[in-house]
Design a protein around this ligand. Structure first.
Ligand SMILES: Nc1nc2c(ncn2[C@@H]2O[C@H](COP(=O)(O)OP(=O)(O)O)[C@@H](O)[C@H]2O)c(=O)[nH]1
Ligand SMILES: [Mg+2]
Length: 245
């Protein structure tokens, strides 16, 4: 375990799901990540991106990210490449190339199509082995407007509707989360955890729930320790971990 130097995460989810934003938040950065080809060579920001590419933020070089690069759009070739990557790096004999967790983003801007064919295919056909998959429901703030609209449609006056919109938004989230849990829970390789996130594009947004959940589903204590010490988004998590272990 001492040999592992960096925590490696594969991030997936359709375009615009908020993936890059979460990585920035987690690394406390507003910059673009540097991109490396996996052999240590730096790549151009504008080149073609591949799942093998390593995304690293200067602000927290302890994390290495991989971006699934859009199998979610339905390409079989890209899906197969993604699966090959997961299999190769899930059990990498070279410890430093192993991926330790997968974050699967589902944006709530598309709440009518949270579990599409792409999600079904991934959770039914991609055996990630020991690598835990965590579903991140992103952009939960997008449920505010439908919540407000629903209340207005029920005949509430604007002031009252606004007062109750946050509560209604919470109910909508619970409803969709239940639905997603049921759909994905019935798949062959279901996710290990769920986290919902909102307003991640805003400064000081709190992403500690992602770290908390990821640490909880890791089944190796050494990895847990590595994640907790690498992450900088939650001191509380460090303290909690130190006290419990
Ligand atoms: N409303 C809202 N917008 C977000 C949130 N997170 C990211 N965004 C915006 O969504 C857009 C796409 O985000 P990005 O991280 O580039 O998505 P990616 O394509 O998955 O990497 C950007 O304009 C972000 O500012 C969120 O939590 N709420
Ligand atoms: Mg992106």
């Amino acid at each position: 375990m001492k040999k592992i130097k960096r925590f490696r995460i594969l991030v997936m989810g359709r375009a615009n799901a908020g993936k890059t934003t979460i990585l920035q938040r987690v690394c406390n950065s507003t910059e673009k990540p540097e991109i490396f080809d996996g052999k240590g060579n730096k790549c151009s920001q504008r080149g073609v991106h591949k799942i093998e590419h390593e995304l690293v933020f200067r602000s927290n070089p302890g994390f290495v990210f991989h971006d699934s690069c859009g199998f979610e759009a339905g390409s079989t070739r890209q899906f197969d490449e993604m699966r090959k990557f997961v299999v190769d790096h899930g059990t990498a004999t070279r410890v430093n190339e192993r991926i330790h967790a997968i974050w699967f983003c589902i944006p709530m801007t598309d709440y009518h199509r949270t579990v599409t064919a792409a999600e079904q295919k991934f959770f039914n056909e991609c055996d990630t082995g020991h690598v835990p998959v965590i579903v991140l429901l992103t952009k939960v703030d997008a449920l505010y407007l439908p919540a407000l609209r629903g209340l207005l449609d029920q005949g509430l006056a604007i002031a009252e509707a606004k007062e109750r919109a946050a509560e209604k938004q919470g109910e909508l989230l619970d409803k969709w989360l239940d639905y997603i849990k049921q759909e994905l829970g019935n798949c062959k390789f279901p996710p290990k955890g769920y986290v919902s996130l909102q307003k991640m594009h805003q400064e000081h947004a709190d992403c500690s729930a992602v770290m908390d959940c990821t640490a909880n589903v890791l089944n190796e204590e050494g990895l847990q320790r590595l994640l907790i010490s690498t992450q900088q988004s939650s001191i509380a998590l460090c303290v909690q971990y130190a006290v419990h272990k």
